[in-house]
Design a protein around this ligand. Structure first.
Ligand SMILES: Cc1cc2nc3c(=O)[nH]c(=O)nc-3n(C[C@H](O)[C@H](O)[C@H](O)COP(=O)(O)OP(=O)(O)OC[C@H]3O[C@@H](n4cnc5c(N)ncnc54)[C@H](O)[C@@H]3O)c2cc1C
Length: 368
């Protein structure tokens, strides 16, 4: 098949990777440069972890995700992942997410290691303990070098005969004909079409626009005090996912810095505008860090970054078949990168396997 893919983020490129492996002829169009620094996939890192609240579907999909990354590393010739492990924390006034994650993992035969306050204080002296109620540690999980993966994958695909066309905005799509009309008016046909346009997808696919909301998110990079660097290098990622405080922390890993953010959704903003983090937005993130990191005044805010993603009401991935050979992929709500390789394989298979095509949207939504 000749396949057109709109969007050269992790979803579009992973789909191109899987299709190229299957011998198809693939063209990827992106409105910006590749990698596009305004795309959701282009940041120093994204996390992969098996703690997934009550979602048994996404918890088990993480195993599939790791296996798919391994297939991609084999092709790329390099593993772009650093294992940190996971520290999931419940603070005062919170409960469900950490407890549910532990219950789901335990039901799958993977008991977690609980830490009481004393054990927590002894093991993690960089963190405060006042607000902490309970926590568990998982040895698996870590950071995917997101921006580097996108860059490396694009280069690898070009070498394998995939056509990647940066600065080629698509004005609209015709799913029934697997056709795109470019912003310069050119019309291009293919046998199949995959729309993976990240936070912009609603502009091309009205049915997806009705299901997801673009959301502007701010992350803050920190410089830790020099004497803490060795201790930070041994730290796990920290997840405190709760409707009242969606704090997460990515420890410094080789080549990438200490990052904190808020997993709660802003549900506002335009991905073409609003790219500067405002002082009050940075302060909101800093406030989360100050109450969790000991000796906070010794940390420096290095930079803040804004990023957009799409949010679905229940945080499930939106994968829609728009026509016989046209699919829309909007796997986000702030947790899609880890599934990039496995969703790309899923999308490629859905173009050639009717049984899988019928199951793919539910599987991607974590309902399998
Ligand atoms: C702050 C933040 C933290 C996150 N943390 C995690 C995490 O820890 N773990 C995790 O798994 N996920 C995380 N995510 C989510 C993850 O980054 C996304 O799910 C994933 O990157 C989405 O990839 P994508 O390819 O769909 O979108 P994108 O990377 O945005 O790619 C879409 C591409 O489509 C192009 N495009 C759009 N419209 C057009 C058009 N009309 N014509 C041509 N090209 C077009 C864009 O230029 C862009 O390059 C996080 C996201 C953010 C913002």
């Amino acid at each position: 098949m000749r396949v057109t893919i709109v969007g050269a983020g992790i979803m579009g490129l992973s789909t191109a990777w899987a299709l190229a492996r299957g011998g198809h002829s693939v063209t990827v169009l992106d409105q910006g440069p590749v990698p596009n620094p305004l795309g959701t996939s282009v940041d120093e890192h994204r996390l992969i972890r098996s703690a997934y609240g009550a979602s048994r579907g996404y918890t088990t999909m993480v195993d599939d995700a790791f296996a798919a990354w391994d297939r991609m590393w084999a092709d790329l010739g390099r593993r772009q992942y650093h294992e940190t492990g996971v520290l999931a924390i419940t603070s005062e006034g919170q409960d469900d997410w950490v407890r549910q994650s532990a219950e789901t993992l335990e039901a799958l035969g993977r008991p977690v290691a609980w830490l009481d306050r004393d054990a927590f204080a002894a093991r993690y002296p960089l963190l405060t303990t006042e607000r902490m109620v309970r926590a568990f540690h998982l040895p698996t999980g870590g950071t995917l070098y997101a921006g580097a993966i996108v860059e490396h994958l694009a280069r690898h695909l070009s070498g394998r005969g995939v056509t990647i066309r940066p600065h080629t905005p698509v004005a609209d799509v015709d799913p029934d004909r697997a056709r795109v009309r470019l912003a310069d008016g050119t019309v291009e046909d293919a046998d199949a079409l995959v729309v993976a346009a990240g936070a912009w997808i609603g502009r091309l696919v009205p049915s997806v626009a009705g299901r997801v909301t673009p959301s502007r998110q701010v992350v803050v990079y920190l410089t830790p005090p020099p004497e803490t660097q060795a201790a930070w290098a041994a730290m796990p990622m920290i997840l405190e996912i709760d409707p009242r405080a969606g704090f997460y922390l990515v420890p410094p890993v080789p080549g990438a810095g200490l990052k904190i953010g808020d997993h709660r959704f802003s549900l506002r903003g335009d991905p073409d505008l609003d790219r500067e983090a405002a002082a009050d937005e940075v302060e909101d993130i800093v406030r989360l860090g100050r109450t969790r990191i000991r000796d906070w005044d010794r940390y420096r805010t290095l930079r803040a970054k804004t990023c957009f993603y799409t949010v679905e009401r229940t945080e499930e991935f939106v994968v829609e078949r728009l026509a016989a050979r046209t699919w829309a992929l909007s796997p986000c709500s702030g947790h899609g990168f880890k599934f990039g390789a496995v969703l790309g394989e899923g999308a490629a298979r859905a173009l050639v396997d009717e049984t899988w095509a019928a199951a793919f949207p539910d599987w991607a939504a974590g309902r399998a």
